[in-house]
Design a binder for this molecule. Sequence first.
Ligand SMILES: [Zn+2]
Length: 143
Amino acid sequence: MTSKSMKNLLDPWSTKTLQELRTLYVHLRSHNVTMDEFCDYVRGMSARDAAARAELARKRAIMEAAARTCPECSYPMYPHPVNTGPADNVGGGFRAQWFCVNCGNSFFTRRAVSDILEEAEGLLKQSDGGRSDDSAPCEGGDA
Ligand SMILES: [Zn+2]
C-alpha cells in the first residue's frame, strides 16, 4: 500500500486516535492477543456490561424488598451481618443487625442476612410487592 493510499484510508481518524490505536495494537501484540480476539472481546463488552448492570439492579431490588421501616423515623432499615469475627462481635447469638440509614436506630436479630435476603428474593419473585414477615420490632432487645 502506498503512503498516499494509506493516508486516504486512515483520513477519517485523528492523529491522536491513530496513535492510541497504535499503542493499543503494540500492547495487544506483546501479549499475543490477535485482532480477532480483541474484536470478539469488544463485541461482548456491552452484553457483559448489561448483564452486570442487571445483576446490580437485581441485588438492589432484593435489598429494597428486604428493607424494613424504621419505627422511629419511617426510613428504610437494612440488615448487616454481626458476630462474624472480633470486629463485629455483639454476642447474644445474633446474626444480623437492622440499621436505620436516617436516625441510626438499630436492633439485632438471630436471622442471618442471607436468610433475610433469600426471603426477600422469594417475595420479589412472587411480585406481590409484599414485605418480609419478620416484623417483630426486636429479638432480644436493643443493644
Ligand atoms: Zn430511623
